[in-house]
Design a protein. Structure first.
Length: 753
């Protein structure tokens, strides 16, 4: 009898249902593809989640809503021989893979990591053939980032709560620096003093063709100098001297230049271009790109259309270069492909260069050929990525420039024209330097031109522009702050915290609250708010991932001076009210932001107690413009599609992006504390945040109406040492306390964190 070997069964765990469909189509029935829905564990909710005194040793716990996912994965694991973890190819993805592995009841020597930059048959099969162990250095770097960020946020935020009388405030290692950039720009705008200047344009003619030239220079003492006009009086003096002047062509300078194509997109340049050309916010761009990466159904199954979209590298693979070359020569001709392939160097020293640039996975899947399968937004972004990549591999455009000097007495007017004589890469992709040039007749030196009119015009210098989301990303990148995966969350967070608002749905302006918080942080946490120091911490995290620096030593070096800064801030930071632009309708004083006993913000007169006027926060200032959807990693329980956070009249909620599904459900904030009544009855209820019919918040059992247990204050997870009831957090004018929820028990203590 023949000895037949049974085929191995393999479980591949990815992060999303869309990704699982695409990979499942490629690998076939021998593999079980299961989505783990991203993060499954986080630092313990009680306290900091790590022990500072014990070398910052972290304690992780399964996120409550992911317990079912872990149970399902372990159930499937019993039926397979091998497990591959296929989360995203970055540090965060490596940490996700490790956390999933730690939750699996499966032999560790049979759990492997696979990494790919694009979801194509070649890339997936190559990843499976070259499986390896989880890179624990990357995991260590990601854990260090988590600990570092929590140290900053959880230690500074309570000081802000106390000093600014608002427990909804928070500080963050990178978000606070981004806020500082926006506040500094606003300070520049407010301090800006416009300077007057004038221009003079001459409308000239020859052979019945009219054209214009601008006054540029003046000849003084036989020297050609730049002319600057700062008053109407100076302009009148020039016009007087030009009254009877002859306008003669004095110099014609032809010049031929080449325009090089731009590099293929990295995360930051994609976000900027999508903002300027498509009007998409940073989060929206990444949300659409994620879908294109994970896979779109093109009629015969799901196909990944672009490479991984969180990258700071302009490098492309040899296969991608060869595919582009073949397509360009076949569709545009050999003259459109350079003699040597275009190579784009690293932009900055701190570039990680871990992944390829953002490019199409299949160059033959042109935007037009698959347009019917894409939404309007997906098509526009895919078209941008496809065209930018193809153009980056093409020849330079050749441009003929002509500059003409026209003398009028001692003054020189200039005009110029540009004409593309070979389109090169611009045949595919028009960048922001599109040439717009006026036409004028053939001119020769000493030609006399007819003056039709002189047009003087007054101007004033303009203040610097406020940051848009895209220009803020550029600034963060230039300073070396943040990484491709963090830009969108940073910008979303400072808006969610009401530190920054969007003006005209584009410009980022700090709110009075944001400026007040920034002022406190800049004054008392100088190092944390320093751009170079923040950038150096990012470099240190990269060094930990590359085994060039020890994570514990790095955290100790940070914590020792930081803890002293915290003590000094607690002692020296003054209590302040956040002043607003709104004026009290009764006495004319400024209104300030206050917090009610139920945790709701309202406006109060700064003249209290003389004037006791109070107004709701929205009042007359309620924003009418739509709030941009927030991207999430949550998937629809009904159809598996992506979900976003929308804002309605009653607050925020999740909604499915699938037009045929559109399932929505409210956002439940869990305390992570078990319901004491349910524990007695052997149920698994926990205390979640709820809203009463009067608009106030309380903490009630998730098993309601089966269980009606409720608290008016947030539980902290501890039990009272005197009576055994749950302890709760109380935010009082006389100081924040941890107190017993039992009204008959008097136990309380000061809140430390």
């Amino acid at each position: 009898m023949a000895n037949t070997k049974q085929k191995e069964k393999t479980l591949v765990i990815v992060e999303s249902p869309a990704k699982s469909k695409t990979i499942g189509k490629i690998l076939g029935s021998d593999y079980i593809i299961q989505a783990s829905m991203g993060h499954v564990r986080d630092l313990a909710s009680k306290g900091l989640g790590f022990d500072i005194e014990n070398n910052f040793k972290p304690t992780f716990e399964i996120i409550p809503e992911k317990k079912k996912v872990i149970t399902e994965l372990n159930k499937i694991a019993k039926t397979v021989d091998k497990i591959y973890l296929a989360s995203d190819p970055d540090r965060e993805g490596e940490a996700i893979a490790w956390h999933v592995k730690e939750c699996l009841k499966f032999p560790e020597d049979k759990i492997f990591r696979i990494v790919f930059n694009e979801i194509t048959p070649h890339a997936i099969k190559e990843a499976v053939a070259n499986y390896h162990q989880i890179d624990m250095l990357k995991v260590e770097a990601q854990k260090t980032r988590q600990i570092l960020d929590k140290l900053v946020g959880f230690k500074i935020s309570p000081i802000l709560w106390e000093k600014m009388k608002n427990y909804k405030l928070s500080a963050g290692r990178v978000q606070s620096v981004a806020l500082k950039m926006i506040c500094e720009r606003e300070d520049e705008i407010e301090a800006f003093k416009p300077v007057e200047y004038w221009s003079i344009e001459a409308l000239l003619s020859k052979s019945n063709t009219e054209f214009s030239a601008e006054l540029s220079r003046v000849i003084k003492n036989n020297k050609d100098e730049k002319l600057e006009l700062h008053s109407e009086k100076e302009v009148q003096e020039v016009l007087e001297k030009l009254k009877d002047a002859k306008y003669l062509v004095s110099k014609i300078t032809p010049r031929q230049t080449q325009r090089k194509p731009q590099a293929p997109f990295i995360t930051s340049t994609l976000q900027r271009e999508a903002s300027s050309k498509l009007g998409y916010g940073v989060s929206k761009t990444m949300q659409i790109a994620q879908k294109l990466y994970e896979g779109i159904d093109l009629g015969d199954g799901s196909v990944g259309l672009i490479t991984y979209m969180r990258t700071d590298s302009t490098r492309i693979s040899d296969d991608a270069r060869d595919m582009a070359k073949e397509y360009i020569i076949k569709n545009y001709g050999e003259k459109y492909y350079p003699d040597k392939p275009n190579v784009y160097a690293k932009k900055k020293q701190n570039t990680q260069d871990a992944h390829e640039a953002i490019r199409p996975s299949y160059v033959d899947k042109t935007p037009e050929s698959i347009k019917k399968y894409l939404t309007s937004e997906q098509y526009k972004l895919y078209k941008l990525i496809w065209e930018r990549f193809m153009a980056s591999q093409m020849t330079n455009a050749e441009v003929k420039n002509l500059t003409v000097d026209i003398n009028a007495n001692e003054y020189i007017f200039k005009m110029g024209s540009s004409k593309i004589i070979f389109d090169g890469f611009t045949k595919v992709y028009s960048d922001t330097q599109d040439i717009v040039s006026q036409k004028f007749p053939d001119l020769k030196v000493n030609d006399e031109l007819e003056l039709k009119k002189l047009n003087p015009e007054q101007h004033f210098t303009q203040p610097p522009s406020r940051f848009s989301e895209a220009s803020l990303v550029k600034q963060l990148e230039e300073y070396g702050i943040g990484r491709p995966s963090t830009y969108a969350p940073i910008i979303t967070k400072i808006q969610q915290r009401n530190y920054v608002e969007k003006i005209d749905n584009k410009a980022l302006k700090p709110t009075p609250l944001g400026r007040a918080v920034c002022k406190q942080l800049v004054e008392h946490f100088v190092k944390i708010m320093d751009y170079k120091f923040t950038a150096q911490m990012e470099t240190s995290l990269d060094n930990i991932a590359e085994d060039k620096q020890n994570s514990i030593e790095f955290l100790k070096d940070f914590w020792m001076p930081f803890s002293k800064t915290l003590d000094e801030a607690q002692k020296n930071m003054k209590r302040v009210d956040v002043e607003t632009d709104k004026v009290c309708p009764n006495c004319g004083r400024k209104m300030v932001v206050k917090l009610s006993r139920f945790g709701r913000q309202f406006l109060a007169c700064s003249g209290y107690p003389e004037c006791k006027t109070a107004l709701p926060m929205d009042g007359d200032n309620k924003q009418s413009e739509a709030v941009e959807d927030e991207a999430t990693d949550k998937k629809c329980e009904k159809c598996g599609s992506d979900m976003v956070i929308k804002t309605g009249p009653y607050g925020k909620y999740y909604q499915c992006l699938n037009e045929k599904c559109k399932k929505r459900f409210s956002i439940v904030e869990s305390s992570g504390v078990k319901c004491p009544e349910c524990q007695k009855a052997n149920r698994d209820g926990e205390l979640v945040k709820r809203k009463s019919r009067y608009g106030t918040f309380f903490w009630g059992c998730s098993k309601y109406p089966e269980c009606t247990f409720a608290l008016w204050a947030e539980p902290n997870g501890e039990k009272c040492p005197e009576c055994g009831s749950l302890l709760v957090k109380k935010y009082l004018k006389r100081g924040n306390k941890i107190a017993c929820s039992n009204k008959n028990c008097k136990y309380s203590r000061d809140m430390e964190e």
